[in-house]
Structure formats: C-alpha cells, structure tokens
Write a protein that binds this ligand. Structure first.
Ligand code: 2P0
Length: 330
C-alpha cells in the first residue's frame, strides 16, 4: 500500500480569489491555469498497520500541529472513500521554495492526493481526483491534469461539480513559456487562504471581482484557443492586477508586492516597448511570472536577472499532470 506521485505547480492566467464555502473549498468564480513543465513536487505515501499515527515529512522536516491536522483531514477523506482505517506515512519534497507565491500547495496537493489514492487502491477519474485535491488546497485541483485547465466554479452545494477540466493539452501551445521570477523565497506574511477570506469579508471591490471574472475568462479562453499571446498576456496581466486591487481594497489592506516586484513589472513594460511580447501575472506573493514565447524566453530571463533583488528565474512551458512513479522516497 505504498505509492509515489509527481506533480507540477500551475500558474493561473485567470485567478482564484475567494471561497463561497470555506469547508468544501468552493470558489466564488472559475479560474484558468497552465500546468508547468518543471518545478516538481514528489510525494510517497504508505498506509500500514504498523503505524500508530499519521506522520508527514515535508522537505525533510516533520509536519506538526495545525499543519499535520490538515494532512490528517485529507487522509481521512481518502480512508473514508477506500473504506480503510490504517494510519499513513507521507514524505513529500519540492524542488522549489514552499509558500512563496509559487503555487507549492497546488503541486504538493495534487501529488499527495494522487499518491494517497493509489496507495489506498482507489481508482478515480481525473475529475474525481481533481475534486478531491481541491479539498486539500483549492488550486491543487488544477494540477491533476496537464496543459491548460479550467476550474469550474460549480453550482452544487456538495461541491461535486467544482473540479478542473483540461481545456487544451500541453501540445496545444508548446512554444508558450512562463518565466518564474524569484525575488523572495521567504514564507509570505499573509497566506493566500487568509488573504482571500479577508478580501471576501472586507474588500468593497470583491463583488465587482465576482461580476468581472466570467468576462475575463471568456477573453482568455478565446486568446488561448487562437494562440494569441498579446491577447492572452493582456487579459492575464489585467486579471492579476484586478485580484491585487481586491486585496488592496481589504481593510486592513493585503499587499503582496515588494519594491523589486514593481521593478520586474516595469522591466516587462520596457521589454514590450522594445517589441518583445512579454506579459506578467502575479500570485499571492512577490514573485512575478512572465509570459512569453520560447524564442524570446532567454532574452526575457536575462533582462529580469539583471534587476537587483532578482534571485533567479526558472523558465517552464506547458507540462503534464500527475504521474505515478516506482521510485519511492522511503
Ligand atoms: C490562483 N492563488 O488562482 C490564486 C491566485 C493565489 C493567487 O490559488 O485556501 O493555496 O488552499 O484553496 O489554493 C492560492 O490559493 O488556497 C491560489 P486554498 P490556495 O492560483
């Protein structure tokens, strides 16, 4: 009853910001993302009669307290589905910084869910697995499949219709690149979870956000279908700024940007003025992600790495969803 799964982060082109159900992790709006081809979370999970309690190791450190309870709650969901009561050992490792706006919980949540399901002998469809991964972390539902995925808001109160579906496979646009620009690998002060809930509760702009997202999504899907980078980049940049405007409108405000974040954004604008199609998006953290084509990616990455305060860049194309591996971490 041991299994290992690999998953990659996804970066939203149309953001998820705000839950309508905090227990089931049901969003107020749909979202759209690209699953990356690099930056990998690996999770090995084993259910065993020899274990007295669930144990979780994340990047070499034991997970304890509230964080462990969150894992155990997810384990309970899988135990209930599989009809087992065995405790589990989970070991997970990321090859990129955790909780710094790089969607680590998405890759980790997808890898965790896939490894646990296999270890428990559950054979779920990708959509069922996506809905289950959503319960660990909303954005994890978008890393189950590769390419470009749309997380449907859903209408049902039980959440059974709120999962991500692949709208285009990775091969639809193999030349598209995201240049992940790391300006800080530190844990952020306000988690996405807390920031979005605070926005729902106190930002007067939240209602406008909910009214706007369907139109942003339609524009992004059309641009994606036509492989029109200018159109896609333009709506992705606008949608990210709208999300940050909602957070800045909260009371007290939630500010995820650092001065160097704005330096990167200015450089992206300067690159465009030079004729290079480069567009940014920004998650709930200080690290911008820049959309461009493969042919321009080395120039874009070099220009961003020149900026004081930029630690490194990682360039990724559209990647695959979760995969199983026989190479276990223990
Ligand atoms: C996104 N983010 O669409 C948005 C944009 C951050 C900014 O999904 O509470 O870690 O676990 O559902 O999934 C990050 O939120 O939050 C996120 P929970 P999650 O990528």
């Amino acid at each position: 009853m041991k299994a290992t799964a690999h998953a990659h982060p996804n970066i939203a082109l149309i953001k998820y910001w705000g839950k309508r159900d905090q227990k089931l992790f049901l969003p107020h709006t749909p979202s759209l993302s690209m699953t990356l081809s690099s930056l990998t979370a690996v999770t090995t999970a084993e259910f065993s009669a020899s274990l007295a309690a669930d144990t979780v190791m994340l990047d070499g450190r034991p997970v304890e307290g509230a964080a462990l309870e969150r894992f155990s709650a997810h384990l309970d969901r899988i135990r209930a589905l599989a009809g087992i009561s065995l405790r589990a050992r989970v070991v997970s490792a990321n090859d990129f910084p955790t909780a710094a706006g790089l969607a680590s919980s998405a890759a980790g949540g997808a890898a965790l869910t896939a490894a646990l399901c296999r270890a428990a002998g559950l054979d779920l469809s990708p959509h069922e697995m996506s809905a289950l991964a959503r319960r660990f972390s909303g954005s994890a539902c978008r890393s189950v499949e590769g390419g470009f995925c749309q997380w449907n808001r859903g209408e049902r109160t039980d959440g059974s219709d709120s999962f991500a579906v692949q709208v285009f496979p990775a091969g639809h646009w193999p030349e598209l690149r995201m240049v992940v620009t790391v300006v800080s690998a530190a844990q952020k002060e306000v988690s996405s979870r807390a920031g979005m809930q605070h926005s729902v509760e106190t930002s007067p702009f939240f209602e406008a956000w909910v009214r706007q997202v369907d139109a942003d999504l339609a524009e992004a899907l059309s641009a994606l279908e036509r492989r029109d980078l200018r159109a896609l980049g333009s709506i992705a940049e606008t949608n990210a700024c709208r999300m940050h405007a909602v957070a800045l409108g909260a009371h007290p405000p939630v500010l995820y940007m650092k001065p160097v974040t704005l330096d990167v954004i200015s450089r992206v604008h300067a690159l465009r003025a030079q004729g290079i199609e480069a567009w940014f998006t920004l998650d709930a953290g200080p690290n911008p992600v820049v959309l461009c084509l493969a042919a321009d990616a080395p120039r874009v990455a070099a220009a961003l790495e020149e900026i004081p305060g930029v630690q490194k860049t990682v360039t990724a194309g559209p990647g695959e969803g979760v995969t199983q591996s026989e190479k276990h971490l223990f």
